[in-house]
Design a protein around this ligand. Structure first.
Ligand code: G3I
Length: 353
């Protein structure tokens, strides 16, 4: 009988040790970098204890994947609701994390009442509504949010000019500049970013963004950084990436890799993440982080992943197939891509072994 009780006690002890995480101390991403490492989250997932623990332990920056977009805040012409965004600020404060605001103006995810009424507004009315919205949101989050994507994706998909959005149709070429001015008027300190996708994949888009920056800087229009979304695949061009980094840094701007995910299954041929695809994803992550980490300190803003774990990625619905694009698996296990991030920092990983 004593023999049995001994082994039961030993088993219980092992469960307690593993349960309390008394395994070897692990290095977390936020401890390994000299720049913020971020993740886009849905605040409703923070009630899941393990999810919240990983977000709090690994990341030093948080972006709201959706709840700080106009669709979630802008209830009526001059009525705003901040509760969901505030819950993210509360979590970030409790975990010593910065909050990046995404996004003040975007042609998508506008509130339904605005979708239904925007055609009826004349330009001056729409401009005033947007100015008041931008300034109300920036003032509400003043001192709580370190930065904003002021305008998201205002340049056409082919990168050759302004997107023909309803904002551009009604407000003209200069609306992005004016929106930056409105945000600056509301908060003299918040960092103002322009955020877009395919900044590397489409040199025309990078050129248009750089021309916009040059124009802004010649007119003292406030802009502090560029968000390169980095929704990429394994065919990502590191040479074009380095060129984009160099050109943005030449202009004295901060670089935010703002929505990083690396798709591994573009044609939908894989039914699981193969070791080969995982290794390619790991190696690409290493090279991206290595180049980012070599930027001058004042130009490093953050590297933000567009979700925590693979199964929650927007890409599954967007592409119709699983892409396993993020740092953590569905079970919140660290993937080779996670190790790849640390390898890009040339971090001593003995603590990880
Ligand atoms: O919340 C509703 C839910 O009540 C409803 O039952 C469900 C029905 O489909 O829709 C839910 O809203 C969805 C929302 O995500 C929250 O999950 C919207 O349909 C869906 O369109 C929305 O997708 C988001 C997308 O932006 C909107 O275009 C993605 O989660 C988000 O990852 C994605 O993020 C964008 C960045 O903001 C800008 N850069 C590109 C990136 C990917 O599109």
């Amino acid at each position: 009988m004593q023999f049995l009780s001994f082994f039961l006690s030993l088993g219980l002890l092992l469960i307690v040790i593993i349960g309390n995480g008394l395994d070897s101390p692990e290095l977390h991403l936020r401890e390994a970098t000299d720049f913020p490492v971020g993740v886009a989250i849905n605040p409703k997932r923070l009630v899941q204890a393990e999810y919240a623990q990983v977000v709090g332990q690994e990341f030093s920056s948080i972006t709201a994947e959706n709840v700080m977009k106009p669709q979630y805040i802008w209830a009526a012409e001059r009525e705003y609701g901040f509760s969901l965004g505030d819950s993210i600020v509360t979590f970030a404060n409790a975990h010593n994390q910065q909050v990046h605001g995404h996004t003040l103006a975007w042609h998508l995810m506008q509130p339904e009442w605005l979708e239904n009424s925007i055609a009826s507004y004349d330009s001056a009315t729409l401009e005033n509504l947007l100015r008041d919205y931008i300034q109300a949101v920036v003032k509400h989050y003043q001192g709580k949010v370190v930065s904003w994507d002021v305008v998201n994706e205002a340049i056409s998909s082919d990168g050759k000019g302004w997107r023909n959005s309803v904002y551009h149709q009604k407000l003209g070429d200069n609306y992005v500049a004016r929106f930056h001015q409105y945000a600056r008027e509301a908060d003299p300190d918040v960092l103002l970013f322009y955020n877009d996708y395919d900044v590397v994949a489409k040199p025309e888009k990078l050129a248009t963004i750089l021309a916009m920056v040059d124009n802004f800087q010649s007119r003292n229009i406030p802009i502090d950084g560029i968000g390169m979304q980095m929704h990429i695949g394994l065919d990502f061009s590191l040479d074009k990436f380095q060129y984009a980094l160099d050109e943005i840094v030449k202009r004295g701007l901060k670089v935010h890799l703002s929505e990083v995910d690396i798709r591994t299954n573009p044609d939908g041929e894989l039914s699981s993440l193969t070791a080969e695809a995982a290794q390619k994803q790991r190696e690409l992550m290493t090279e991206i982080v290595r180049r980012y980490n070599q930027l001058p300190q004042e130009n490093k803003f953050a590297v933000t992943f567009w979700g925590l774990r693979d199964n929650e990625s927007w890409l599954t619905k967007h592409t119709g197939h699983p892409q396993w694009p993020l740092l953590f698996s569905e079970n919140l296990d660290k993937k080779p891509m996670y190790q790849g991030f640390l390898e890009g920092l040339d971090v001593n990983q003995t603590k990880l072994e």
